[in-house]
Design a protein around this ligand. Structure first.
Ligand SMILES: [Zn+2]
Length: 388
């Protein structure tokens, strides 16, 4: 044991020496590299860091002029142009580089990758797609596939989006099943618009095959049954959502209850909703149950429900419903209650909102894809109550 520790003590100076040597090598390498870069490059970097982008661009142009052979400097300037929205200048710069005869093949690919990004930013999707496609099987394959996927989603070319997402899965090992299932659902929407229910159903089955947790596919399958008047089938489809992601039940509950009503089975429907509420305690489910109790069993029963729930969980929405039921049941001074409800409504905003978890976008209706950041299933299915 003593010998072992002794050896470590002997080794320590050796480690210090090695560390010192490594540091010296790095510093020397850095010094030799920095002597290649013109001073204007560092000036440009400084301006970038202090957010003076105009001056940064000037400095980078100067650096590129002084060092016309440096591809890295061109790329830095090009990406700066792109980020500032001066895409035409970035395109011009990269096209000029491509025309140079002395550029070797690997460097040419790098320029093409940059130019493709320019086209994408400029919204010139055809040109961007062509260039990104030509980067397949090169070391730019992964960013190219990501860009292609973005293009196909923006162009709503869902078959190609599915193909690309599958390729991306192979190359990047990141799962794309959520996205692929959503693309199938989008295809189903397309067939629905064309009144082709059979093909729409096929796409929704494919969505479920790609992602067994795809709530949207079951929601749409239920909607299609409902539209065809097959309410029993519709309810069966929607019920599957409980086994997928029960937090989405509140989103489906109003449609489900409507189908129960169409079948003349409102009490069964209400019992089903109450059992979901007991199990999952979702505010939106409570809302549905409250409305149904008010309509079916009257104000006194609704007030009792709201009172019971308020004791468990304080909620302004629930308080508003409680006051509403109280007024309808003929309890309290109607004018006072009106005043209280008005104050509550002002505080709550006229509508609750769904909030995107990725970008914070607020929406009045639920979206499967965020209209602001384009992410899929980024809205939690429960709306946010406070919406001042
Ligand atoms: Zn978003």
């Amino acid at each position: 044991m003593i010998e072992f520790e002794y050896w470590w003590l002997m080794a320590l100076p050796l480690f210090f020496a090695l560390g010192w040597l490594a540091a010296r090598v790095d510093i020397n390498q850095l010094l030799s590299e920095s002597s290649i870069l013109p001073a204007a490059y560092f000036k440009g970097l400084n301006f970038l860091i202090s957010d003076q982008h105009d001056k940064a661009v000037e400095a980078f142009i100067e650096a590129v002029e002084a060092n016309a052979d440096s591809l890295e400097l061109h790329f830095a300037l090009g990406s700066l142009f792109r980020r500032r929205g001066e895409v035409d200048k970035a395109i011009h710069l990269h096209l000029n580089l491509l025309e140079r005869k002395e550029i070797a093949e690997p460097q040419k690919l790098a320029v093409m990758a940059e130019l493709a990004q320019d086209y994408l930013k400029a919204g010139l999707f055809d040109r961007a797609e062509e260039l990104f496609r030509s980067l397949d099987q090169t070391r730019y394959q992964l960013p190219a596939l990501r860009a292609l996927q973005e293009i196909y989603v923006r162009e709503r070319e869902w078959e190609r989006a599915i193909e690309t997402a599958r390729e991306l899965e192979k190359v990047s090992i990141v799962s794309m099943r959520k996205e692929i299932a959503q693309y199938y659902c989008e295809l189903a929407v397309k067939y629905q618009h064309a009144n082709d229910a059979r093909s729409a159903r096929q796409q929704l089955e494919l969505a479920l095959e790609s992602n067994k947790n795809c709530v949207r596919a079951n929601a749409m399958l239920g909607d299609m049954e409902e539209a065809a008047g097959a309410h029993e089938n519709a309810i069966a489809m929607w019920k599957r959502i409980e086994l997928q992601q029960p937090q989405y039940l509140g989103l489906i509950a109003p449609r489900m209850l409507k189908s129960y009503k169409a079948l003349g089975k409102t009490p069964q429907g209400l019992a089903q909703m109450e059992s979901y509420l007991k199990k999952y305690n979702l505010p939106s489910l409570l809302n549905v149950v409250y409305e149904a109790v008010l309509a079916e069993q009257g104000a006194a029963a609704a007030a009792q429900l709201a009172r019971k729930e308020l004791a468990h969980q304080p909620s302004l929405q629930l308080l508003d419903q409680f006051l509403q039921a109280q007024t309808e049941a003929g309890n309290g001074d109607p004018q006072d209650t009106q005043l209280m409800r008005h104050t509550l409504r002002t505080f709550l905003g006229s509508h609750s909102a769904y909030l995107c978890e990725q970008c914070g976008f607020r929406a009045r209706h639920y979206h499967w894809q965020c209209p602001a950041c384009n992410n899929w299933e980024s809205f939690p299915p429960e709306p946010n109550e406070l919406n001042p």
